[in-house]
Design a binder for this molecule. Structure first.
Ligand code: ADP
Ligand code: MG
Length: 701
């Protein structure tokens, strides 16, 4: 068998003509033998069991029975016309019914010969029947390539319409496997197979389609999942290694005066264990002389800012500058205030650069940057403009990464001769295993611990009819001096309607909370940026007590005195968005609350989201539920990745296998970094094939 046998165009397969080949390509992306072999069943039907007619019960569903046809008759006229066969097996009698293809069965069914029939049982009067059963002579049934379970393949509407049935796909697959025989090449090493007790490739492929037993099926699927995830991890690890060895970075060799002085004398609090660990990881990374490209994940309020500041100090100690980039003007301002406050006794120079900085002030910033007297520049994307030139930028920190495009980040890389180290901070928790497969080319640090003494946000679910109660609760909190967010959904397709909801909501809030006793702010996407900032500013300063807003406040705004978050039509928000919104409160010393308002009617999924929010404040737990509800395709960043076009494995359900596969890949690369050992030849070959297919960097040659 030639090695490229699996590359044979599918048209060559017996029973697949040009028309069907075209259909298979369009509907399932199948154009070669190999593609077909890699179309795996969604599920299997157990055909090991044969039923007796007297064992049937009304909900037997799909069954297989051995028996004989004793009698055929045609009944009814027109559309009610049907062929009825009397079918007996020694324990009883039942009927087989055909509405379509009557003539064929009338002419071809053999009376009093043993048949195996298969189909869905129903009961009509006192008699069981199967409409349009699969029928097969017992002797043919026995001689046919038998497997315990019948595979059910993925199908599409078009395939069904064009009569490409599951039976037909099964036949194609049988044909394929009779031609292919054992020509699948083993891709894993003997050592890995032995270590993880994996069946060989041929056994796995065959049994995934035609399982000889439930046990073999399970082992085969496990092996195929392992293989799939293992090669993805190998690719990611190799890409990461390339990046590290190819891309030089500035080596921050020393931990110097600024860092040590700040750490001993100016830290406003003791770092949490997680913060310390992450700072160590960053320090180790930037010390190596390779370029750092690190993702820092930490739930809202977990204390990422201080990590950013310490990272800046490391750069400064080594003679470099640092910058922090935020997605909005308000956030940049808050960072600037926060960082300036932290560094006020250090003598370090910090400046803010946003779109609204006046030309004159801007000129000063530019020149201070260029002569190196400015140590840290904080700003919006104004900071990556070409005219902003650093004397010696060593590290760029990007907050809330999902608001930045890849191109913008790339611009940062060009701000010095060697690319500055990059630390991307995000509050969008991604389950660790998913992050591993998505961002294998980034190093990941996680702050998984909140600062001590944080009061858990109390979250409740209220229906619209409880609104009066909610309003009086808000009044109590405002009387205590607290501030309140009220967030409305704004989803693009129904924007006009949503906008009306928002305005109606705003008006009813103003009616309920009248001036001058209460002041209400409103912020939404249709406002001019200046007006938005102005209203935001009033709320930040405490001049208004209630902020009615759309999700524009989702990202990073910090108003410690705001302790109540009311989310209107909460059923319309996704879980991660609800979690982000809730993170706007709980930042001060006071008990905070999140009130999820919904209508009575909730879909099951919406109910799960609301219940999850009420049950936990752990962002990673929420992300796991979110992942299960929506699948990875909808999660942030997954679309660009392509990593998730999995054939057998399921990124959510097969987490455990993923972890094992990753560790196996890590071990392997530690033992044989360039895959030179002869026992790794098969693995190397697969990777070479994958990289040639994707045109990636050559990480193995
Ligand atoms: P985020 O991760 O959301 O950016 P911040 O860095 O804004 O979080 O920190 C949230 C709040 O927690 C800030 O008020 C900060 O001063 C405080 N904080 C951070 N780390 C600690 C700590 N180790 N101990 C006590 N408070 C902390
Ligand atoms: Mg932050």
């Amino acid at each position: 068998m030639p090695t490229n046998f699996l590359h044979t165009p599918i048209d060559y397969l017996n029973g697949v003509g040009p028309a069907r080949a075209k259909l298979l390509k369009a509907e399932l992306g199948i154009s070669t033998y190999g593609d077909l072999a890699n179309l795996f069943p969604n599920r299997y039907i157990d055909k090991t069991k044969y039923y007796k007619i007297n064992e049937l019960v009304p909900d037997s569903a799909h069954v297989q029975i051995v028996g004989k046809v004793t009698h055929l008759k045609t009944m009814g006229d027109g559309r009610a016309s049907r062929l009825i066969a009397t079918f007996i097996d020694g324990t009883g009698s039942m009927e087989l019914v055909w509405f379509k293809g009557q003539k064929y069965f009338k002419d071809n069914l053999k009376l009093n010969e043993p048949y195996v029939v298969y189909g869905k049982v129903s009961k009509y009067g006192s008699k069981y029947n199967i409409a349009h059963p699969d029928v097969e002579l017992l002797k043919e049934h026995r001689s046919r390539q038998q497997s315990a379970m019948t595979p059910i393949y993925p199908s599409t509407e078009q395939l069904t319409k064009r009569n490409v049935t599951n039976k037909m796909v099964v036949r194609m697959m049988q044909q394929l496997f009779s031609e292919v025989q054992n020509s699948f090449t083993e891709t894993l090493s003997d050592q890995i197979r032995a270590q993880h007790q994996l069946v060989d490739k041929n056994t796995a492929m065959y049994n995934a389609h035609f399982p000889k037993s439930a046990a073999l099926l399970q082992q085969s699927i496990y092996r195929l999942k392992f293989e799939e995830l293992f090669f993805i991890q190998m690719e990611l690890l190799l890409q990461n290694r390339i990046r590290k060895s190819r891309i030089k970075g500035y080596a921050f060799e020393k931990v110097g005066e600024q860092f040590n002085d700040f750490y001993s004398n100016h830290l406003p609090f003791e770092l949490t264990g997680a913060q310390k660990r992450v700072v160590k990881e960053i320090r180790a990374d930037m010390g190596t002389g390779a370029h750092m490209n690190r993702l820092l994940q930490g739930d809202v309020g977990s204390g990422k800012t201080i990590v950013a500041v310490l990272t800046c100090l490391l750069a400064i100690d080594n003679g470099f500058q640092a910058c922090i980039m935020a997605p909005t003007e308000i956030l940049a301002q808050q960072h600037f205030q926060g960082v300036s406050e932290l560094l006020k006794n250090t003598g370090l120079q910090v400046a803010l650069l946003t779109g609204s900085v006046k030309t004159k002030a801007r000129r000063v910033i530019h020149s201070d940057l260029e002569d190196g007297s400015l140590n840290i520049l904080i700003g919006t994307h104004a900071l990556i403009e070409d005219k902003v030139v650093f004397k010696n930028l060593g590290v760029a920190i990007v907050d809330e990464q999902h608001r930045f495009g890849v191109a913008q980040r790339a611009k940062l890389w060009k701000k010095n001769n060697l690319p500055p180290h990059v630390l991307v901070m995000t509050a969008t928790p991604i389950p660790r295993t998913l992050a591993m497969s998505l961002y294998g080319d980034l190093d990941i640090s996680i702050i998984d611990e909140l600062p001590p003494g944080r009061k858990e946000i109390k979250t409740v679910h209220r229906y619209d009819k409880n609104r009066l109660g909610v309003f009086s609760f808000l009044k109590e909190e405002i009387t205590k001096g607290r501030q309140v967010y009220m967030v409305y959904p704004l989803i693009e397709e129904s924007e006009t309607l949503d906008y009306k909801d928002l305005m109606d909501g705003y008006e009813s809030v103003v009616r309920e909370f009248p001036a001058p006793q209460y002041q209400v702010s409103i912020v939404h996407g249709r406002m001019k940026p200046e007006d938005k900032d102005y209203e935001m500013e009033r709320f930040v300063k405490g001049e208004t007590q209630i902020m009615v807003a759309t999700t524009v406040i989702e990202v990073g705004v910090n108003v410690p005195n705001a302790s109540v978050m009311v989310i209107e039509s909460a059923e319309r928000f996704g879980l991660s968005q609800l979690h982000q919104l809730r993170g706007r409160v709980g930042r001060g010393a006071d008990q905070s609350f999140c009130i999820l308002m919904t209508s009575y009617k909730l879909s099951n999924e919406a109910r799960t989201r609301i219940e999850t929010m009420v049950a936990t404040t752990d962002g990673f737990e929420i992300a796991e539920v979110d992942l299960k509800l929506r699948g990875p395709g909808d999660m942030m960043g997954t679309r660009q990745s392509g990593v998730l076009a999995l054939r057998v494995a399921d990124i959510v359900k097969d987490n455990d296998i993923l972890a094992i596969a990753r560790n196996t890949a890590i071990d392997l690369l530690q033992k044989d970094a360039t895959l030179e050992l002869p026992e790794h030849a098969s693995i190397k070959k697969v990777l070479q094939f994958l990289q040639s297919k994707k045109g990636l960097w050559k990480y193995i040659s």
